[in-house]
Design a protein around this ligand. Sequence first.
Ligand SMILES: [Zn+2]
Ligand SMILES: [Zn+2]
Length: 141
Amino acid sequence: MKKKCPKCGKVKERSLFYMRSPKTPWVNSSCKSCHSKLVVSWKEKNKDRVLITTKKYRDRCRQEVIEFFGSKCMRCGFDDTRALQIDHIAGGGRKDRASYSSIQEFYKKVIEEKANKYQLLCANCNQIKRLQNMEHRTKKQ
Ligand SMILES: [Zn+2]
Ligand SMILES: [Zn+2]
């Protein structure tokens, strides 16, 4: 089955086109090579904007979670937000976090679950807790 690409005007095999996707309906009209050029140039043009928007959004989500936990380390009271981390009380945070599609999704969940499962620790306390609980061992498996 062949399809004509409206971008380059070439008739190509259907497999050289992306399948229709509800998230990106514009993908389906042009062929893969035109599409990848399009994506590259769009990203190139909007590089800064994309970076800033994602970063701002992420920072805002992070800020929200940190404030939710009182903006300081619950062990030592350290309050420089740059070194504060969300810690999974029972350990296994890495695996837990990986099950969310994005960090924002994770933050949302943290707030929903309230402080039952998570706590705010500074990088030092987090590391100490990890060593004390031997959480680092599970990483390798
Ligand atoms: Zn094309
Ligand atoms: Zn601390």
